[in-house]
Design a protein around this ligand. Structure first.
Ligand SMILES: *Cc1c(COP(=O)(O)O)cnc(C)c1O
Length: 366
């Protein structure tokens, strides 16, 4: 059996460190907004290269809090991608704003910057790209468009912890970068968690108020906020794991290189495109397959997991499709029918990589 991701094996040194950290939290009894959360925020900001990192309860909340913190709300439009996890657009709606979907680049699966300007209206407030599968969107062009039209840029970095665009890390390329620590993400907690990175002191301050019931001072509530905090136990886990993220991401890249080589030139299969000036962290290794069903059946037969990320673009989801009756996004729709993610995680070994590739090859040549 080869799973999509293996969340049961931890480095032994990590396990020991987390055990001690958890015991300390239980002993001192401070479970919410304690010293580990503060320390993790400082360590995350230093790692990412931004001045502030404010943690919260999930990646979805990170997006919602970031939008609220910059003042996005009812009447505002936010340009985003329909080829992402649902939460990207869900958070825009939860903030009271309207997602305006733009099609993607067929090679990178990220927002196609060439289509963004045509979607700008007087109500547009922000561009919200998602760095899908661990590869940063074309931020040079997106930032240039944003500057020209005085728009904000909020990054959905849920799949891109540690990814880079040139020398800068995902999450530091716009006004706010939103991360998820859902267990299967590149930096995963033992439950839900999220974080917003920003270099604006004002945004950081607002995020801290919003995540804690709009409270500036105990029992004084300036605005309606949320109960959205990272807890100390998750912060213990994340502090320990943060120290291995570069190693883990490098291991994911090694797996991806293995697949790239073993699947090269296969008829009807396109391996993931890698931007020259970026550092892809392969949250997913997603191929395009003309005969996806055959490959999925072959993998299943060989005891190898696979997944479709994502089978239904967001504008076609039941929750939202009534708002976008005539909208067609041909690239996103075509790719939703062809994409297939193969197992990828730091501990996947060469033999397993070969097994997966052999099953894919077998399905094509059979
Ligand atoms: C996981 C994910 C989210 C949501 O994060 P949660 O922590 O699960 O709320 C948002 N956007 C993308 C692209 C994701 O992959």
């Amino acid at each position: 059996m080869i799973p999509m991701v293996d969340l049961t094996t931890l480095r032994p040194e990590l396990r020991a460190e987390i055990d001690v950290g958890i015991k300390d939290v239980l002993d001192n009894g401070q479970f919410v907004l304690g010293p580990n959360v503060g320390a993790f925020e400082e360590e995350a900001a230093a790692y990412l290269g931004c001045s502030h990192a404010v943690s919260c309860a999930s990646g979805t909340d990170a997006l919602l809090l970031a939008m609220r913190a910059v003042g996005i709300g009812p009447g505002d439009e936010v340009i985003t991608t329909a080829f992402s996890f649902f939460a990207t657009a869900e958070a825009i709606c939860l903030a009271g704003a309207v997602p305006v979907f733009v099609d993607i680049d067929a090679r990178t699966f990220n927002l196609d910057p060439c289509l963004v300007e045509a979607a700008i209206t007087p109500r547009t407030r922000a561009i919200l790209p998602a760095h899908l599968f661990g590869q940063v969107a074309d931020m040079s062009v997106l930032n240039e468009i944003a500057e020209r039209h005085e728009l904000l840029v909020i990054e959905d970095c849920a799949q891109a912890f540690g990814a880079r665009h040139g020398k800068r890390k995902a999450g530091t390329l716009g006004q706010a970068g939103c991360f998820s620590f859902f267990p299967s993400k590149n930096l995963g907690a033992f439950g839900d968690g999220g974080l917003v990175g920003t270099s604006s002191e004002a945004i950081a301050r607002e995020l801290k108020v919003l995540r804690n019931h709009g409270s500036v001072q105990r029992y004084q509530h300036r605005v309606l906020g949320y109960n959205s905090r990272l807890d100390e136990l998750q912060a213990v886990v994340l502090r320990a794991k943060l120290r291995y993220i570069e190693e883990d991401n490098a291991a994911r890249r090694r797996v991806a290189c293995g697949y790239d080589e073993l699947l090269a030139g296969l008829d009807g299969v396109t391996t993931p495109y890698r931007e020259m000036d970026g550092y892809h962290v392969y949250h997913q290794y997603t191929i395009l397959a003309e005969r996806r069903d055959r490959i999925m059946a072959a993998l299943e037969g060989a005891g190898i997991a696979c997944a479709v990320h994502y089978p239904v673009p967001i504008h076609r989801q039941e929750a939202l499709r009534h708002r976008y009756p005539g909208l067609q996004l041909p690239v996103a729709e075509r790719i939703a029918g062809q994409c297939l993610s193969l197992p990828i995680y730091p501990g996947l070994n060469d033999e397993q990589i070969q097994q997966v590739a052999a099953a894919v090859r077998g399905a094509i040549s059979a």
